[in-house]
Ligand binder design. Sequence first.
Ligand code: MSP
Length: 638
Amino acid sequence: MAKTFYVTTPIYYPSGKLHIGNTYTTVLCDALKRYKAMRGYDTFYLTGMDEHGKKIETVAAERGLTASEHVDGLAEETRALWDRLNIGYDDFIRTTEKRHKSVVQKNFETLLEKGDIYLGTYRGNYCMPCESFYTDAQLNEEGACPDCGRKTTALEEESYFFKLQKYEKRLLDFIEANPDFITPETRKNEVVAFIERGLNDLSVSRTTFDWGIKVVSNPKHVVYVWIDALTNYISALGYGTEADGNYDKYWLGDEVLHVVGKDILRFHAVYWPALLMALDIPVTFKLHAHGFYMMKDGKMSKSKGAVIYPDAVLKRYGLDEVRYFLLREIPYGGDGVFTPEAFIERINYDLANDFGNLLNRTLTMINKYFGGSVKPTGASTSHDEDLVSTIASVKDGYVLNMDALKLSQALAEIWRLISRSNKYIDETTPWMLAKDEEKKDTLENVLYHLAESLRTIGVLLRPVLLEAAPSLFAQLGVPQHLQTFESLTFGAAKNYTVVKEPVPMFPRLDVDAEVEALRAIIAGVEKETVEREAVSIDDFDKLELRVGLVVDCEPHPNADKLLVVDVDIGHRTMRVVAGIAKQVSPKTLKGKKVVVLTNLEATKLRGVTSEGMLLAGSNEDTLEVVTVKDLRPGDIVK
Ligand code: MSP
């Protein structure tokens, strides 16, 4: 029977659109799943959404939605994004689903009965965005949240506690007995140091909000979001229910891997195994914590406008380009930087120049010199041996790195073969061989060697390049049974018949123009170069835009990003709630003549009804409300 491989991403918070960082984790797991499947494993890939908590409730309210409308929308959006990235997940769990809630509730009651959860009082500094309490000693130098740096509030509340301390020794023993439980090694050391400093019992319930899973025996409490979230890894497999076949098969199977970012290491390396131990569930998983995608100036930050959303990048450059870059640019154990220059260079050098050209040159020569078909002839050159041994060593190096979750290095191995093959062309000079009729067999043998090398490259790239690998096989004429990992021995293909008209795979990009276009994408600025779907004039005509005089402007009573603006539009005064409070002061807006979209459906934003929208433009540095000089309130703008 095939060995099993169960791989999971963290479940994502629907607090906003997912960015390139979250996309990285998901693509990484996808490549691992595809690699394991290629190696003959029976695989199961789980991803999903972490939909409870105070923060989600707040974000939903800011959008004028109920929490469930909000999370439904974002779950849809997220699945659509994973579909565009061709993510081969097998299940998508949402913590608001019944199948999940019932497992969380049951586990909580089990732990209460066992005495591993008890009722107490929590006093501490509460950080709302992180939904965590901190002791005074845990706060950072500025007395703020040690994780996100924001201000905390002093709170006291009744809370259930999980006896984390009780598991301190068992956790340390477990980590010692399973040296590859946490990778990379540096992360493991951090975890050990953290546990050795001493663990406190963990507050595992909240009474300050409702949007969560209720504790069955005391419904004024909701389960702390992390206990809720971590349980997804088993609830999705049907743990504790009658339909627990996947739990037995995958959780208790051969390999279980949680992939997470370094930010949530502690939750997975300490809380999760301790909980499993308390529940008498075997700790079968291994944990890999990867680094972060950073921007040139530091962390990705939505508020600073320094964040990349994958949609626009995907649309402009393509699936394989994005997947390749993401997996190539984060070194094992470290962070990666997403710069427009690096992105375009990776496409131009690695994909277009090195890989695309190798394929294209080989196909062109097979067509030109042999009418499209080659076979081995035995007429060797002095360079063949080295190429053949590189093919073998690259395959081994690739396997070692993939198994060790070093995807960037595994890709570097493939590129070692690509470079070696390009060099082989320079060394054997097929265009010179072609001039000599007696060298015909040698030339054919050279081209056969290149085809075999390309076949290997295609197979090893299968988990990463989802369009280019099949295209390579189609163009080179590689039948299905020679696209497998097992078929990777030199000489397995008896001959090749290639397409008559090769299609270049990764056209070279104009560096300056594309760097500029990417910068615009990052800044979220819709420049001409960033294409949007065309709309008809009739669509545009539906909008009613009018000049309005700002007669009053106040900060929103319940939201610090919003302004409440009263605008005279000639025949009446309307109220608009605008998300510009961070950039525009109410005083400067009062008395200005602005442009208002007056026929927008009314919506409530944090309790205040907004009837329209102010036009404003923005870039990475500034936001400016559009104003007019001589027009009068009520005038139509077209
Ligand atoms: N909901 C929790 C996870 C619960 S798992 C039981 C959560 N969600 S999250 O949406 O905030 O982020 C999830 C993950 O996204 C991070 O752990 C990390 O894997 C990934 N990343 C977020 N920003 C990232 C980068 N800038 N770069 C790489 N990965 C990043 O935490």
